[in-house]
Write a protein that binds this ligand. Structure first.
Ligand code: URA
Length: 303
């Protein structure tokens, strides 16, 4: 018969197995009436949409003239709220929190909300109150941005991971440490760069953000780029480049190729390179990344 020490060890290793597999939420003991929650959510959505629409639009915003991108092309039906088994975050009462699938109206209101932000601080405050993205239900923190907002170089990743979620800063885990070393190699550091993600909340278990989650967050990262207004924009991995540049090529084809990111009144030199998480798995590709980083350094020196 097993003694209690063995039992404890088994439970610990089972928990460790769950943790490393990305399980990060628990089933509660109390039953939840999700039908009632979905009614509350509908009321909450209505309120969020009417609050999100500012009475006037900020001028010159790229997203106000942005092509009606993927989001507008598809008009997902509003779905009944799905159960979230995560304990509610503190910024909203649990009763108001249930998952939603953003529809056109919500995406339009996200655009208006983002466009109304006159500064990065405003934009961060908007995101803190924004309830249109389900990822907020399971994330611990908003991972807004890090580094120097005055920097000439801005790097954009896909979505925060576990460490980023805990610390509230982008690229602080293993891939972030590699990114720091890559920046150091071209004579830069976080004070010489500003870093953000397309999606500012961690997807549970580090899964890929869904197209709906990306779509609802896109107006905010676009506004963040406008407000930082860098000279050089670097997309870390294919996902951010595809989402923000609209290119369809894979990362192997697009990396290292200079493109333009279009704002209302100017173009920003933009390039995609391998995501540092990919480089951790495929270290041989670092030689190509090194080329990209040398090219980024030349761009910065030449402008
Ligand atoms: N990967 C990303 O794309 N962003 C982060 O912030 C961390 C890991």
């Amino acid at each position: 018969m097993q003694n209690s020490q063995d039992h404890l060890k088994e439970i610990e290793s089972l928990l460790e197995f769950y943790r490393s597999a990305g399980v990060d939420c628990f089933l509660g003991d109390e039953p939840v009436d999700w039908a009632a929650a979905s009614v509350r959510q509908a009321a909450h959505r209505h309120q969020a949409v009417s609050h999100a629409r500012p009475s006037h639009k900020a001028g010159g915003s790229a997203q106000s003239q942005a092509s009606e991108d993927v989001a507008a092309a598809s008009t997902p039906r509003q779905q009944p709220a799905a159960p979230s088994q995560q304990p509610a975050q503190s910024h909203q009462p649990a009763s108001a929190q249930a998952a939603v699938v953003p529809d056109r109206e919500m995406i339009a209101s996200a655009r208006d909300l983002a466009a109304s932000a006159a500064s990065l601080a405003d934009l961060k405050a908007c995101l803190e109150t924004f309830e249109g993205c389900n990822l907020k239900l399971t994330a611990k923190t908003l991972v807004f941005g890090d580094g120097n907002p005055e920097a000439r170089l801005m790097l954009v990743g896909e979505a925060p991971g576990r460490e980023e979620d805990l610390q509230g800063k982008p690229f602080v885990g293993r891939s972030g440490q590699l990114l720091d070393r890559m920046l150091t190699a071209i004579g830069l550091d976080r004070e010489a760069a500003y870093i953000a993600n397309v999606v500012p909340w961690r997807p549970p278990g580090n899964r890929t953000p869904t197209p709906q989650e990306t779509e609802i967050c896109k107006p905010f990262i676009k506004r963040q780029i406008e407000l930082v207004n860098p000279d050089v924009l670097v997309f870390l991995g294919a996902a951010s480049a595809k989402n923000l540049l609209g290119v369809q090529d894979g990362i192997r084809k697009m990396r290292g190729r200079w493109m333009n990111y279009t704002l209302a009144d100017r173009e920003i030199a933009a390039v995609a390179t391998y995501h540092p998480a990919y480089l951790l798995r495929s270290p041989l590709e670092k030689r190509l990344s090194w080329r990209d980083f040398l090219s980024i350094r030349s761009r910065l020196a030449g402008q």
